[in-house]
Design a protein around this ligand. Sequence first.
Ligand code: SAH
Length: 255
Amino acid sequence: MGRSRPREQAPARRLAALPRLCAAAVVAACGCHASAGDAQKSDAEWASARRQMVDVQLGARGITSPRVLDAMLRVPRHLFVPESARAAAYDDGPLPIGYDQTISQPYIVGFMTQALDVGPGDRVLEIGTGSGYQAAVLSLLARNVYTIEIVPPLADRARDTLARLGYRNVEVRTGNGYLGWPEHAPYDRIIVTAAPDEVPPALVAQLRMAGLMAIPVGTSWQELKILRRSESGMKTLETLPVRFVPMIGKPSPRL
Ligand code: SAH
């Protein structure tokens, strides 16, 4: 498809529409280092890059949940991206993971994970496994993570990465997330990391009452919505302008 623009806009761009993110975040956003050519770091160097990511890109911009910060400090993001993108693994933006897909910017992962307020007993459904990174972060916070990826080689690679790194409470399914994963429903939390044009009804049906969903909705213009299921429907708690890859494979309506 050959799009050249990163699909999640850099935070500095989004700040115009986000008055609650302070100007300090703009300065912080520009403070990250160029890292091309240093993919051969030691474990200690990767850990220090990760610490910097957490402090500068997350902590300074309102991601303050100690559980979320700790999880993002522990998951080796560089092992979830292809070799060619590894040097930039802790940079402040999304990265290509092949098949015209991207791993989300760390800030977006932090924002969605914090907004979901995942508890240790929770069962979480993710749509859009991609690299498996978001699933790994969630797996440190939840009891079980079920994640669905529509592109088979991405699902296979994420399954391998997660198994190799020992994330045992994550199950990856190759399939279409529009249908959810009914066998394990209801879910306490649902996170969607590709953008549909509307909230898929099957996902609402598989979310438990009072459960939370984080989902980018829209086509060229998208809004990340944090929703709570209530007796009277889905209530919007928070929104953020974003740009995610489209969610593909929408089933055609039955006549
Ligand atoms: N969460 C991922 C990044 C997601 S990128 C990570 O941490 O790396 C969005 C992913 O959604 C892509 O891999 C894309 O193939 C997948 N996707 C798009 N439409 C989908 C659908 N209908 N069902 C499941 N996955 C889908």
